[in-house]
Design a protein around this ligand. Structure first.
Ligand code: PNS
Length: 162
């Protein structure tokens, strides 16, 4: 079985993430989507909510497994014998930090990182921008799946009502 992992925060999943996960799912037998827990960052969605949104939106690919992980990505890979990390590159600005992480991870355990160029349709897209635009009432319905959009609008309304 050829395995790879697509790691990230996925707060929430966007069409940019799905572009990379779908393409990885055609290259590997099993694609693990790992939601990395960042203790220092309070997300808009809980880890369980993020997982359920990813499961809903990747179910059609047929070979995607979703779970969370607290700690180093290299440990997640080692524990599951995953030899490859697949990351999307949106623009040259992503490259510096992604290269650093890829080299660090390779130096730690030998795990490889493969970069896929993000579809130009989504090259400007990030979860952070989606949340910011939506929080000011902007339309982001073309950037995230409908079920994710419904939850995002609900969550922003809940926060605003506090
Ligand atoms: O979606 P993001 O926030 O850009 O994803 C970044 C992520 C979660 C993939 C990266 O921060 C990560 O791998 N975190 C896990 C902790 C870790 O292994 N850190 C060392 C990286 S060299």
């Amino acid at each position: 079985m050829r395995r790879a992992v697509c790691p990230g925060s996925f707060d929430p999943i966007t069409y940019g993430h799905l572009d990379i996960i779908e393409r990885a799912s055609k290259l590997y037998d099993v694609v693990h989507v790992a939601v990395l827990v960042n203790k220092n960052k309070q997300g808009l969605f809980s880890i369980d909510e993020r997982i359920s949104m990813i499961e809903e939106t990747t179910a059609g690919y047929g070979n995607v497994q979703v779970e969370s992980h607290q700690g180093l990505l290299v440990d997640y890979c080692r524990e599951r014998s995953i030899p490859a990390i697949v990351k999307g590159l949106r623009a040259v600005s992503d490259f510096d930090y992604e290269l650093q992480m890829a080299q660090m991870n390779h130096g730690l355990t030998g795990v490889e990182t493969l970069f896929l160029p993000t579809s130009p349709t989504w090259s400007f897209l990030s979860s952070t921008l989606v949340k910011e635009v939506a929080s000011y009432g902007g339309d982001v319905s073309h950037l995230i799946p409908p079920t994710v959009h419904t939850r995002l609008v609900e969550r922003i309304a809940e926060r605003a009502a506090r």
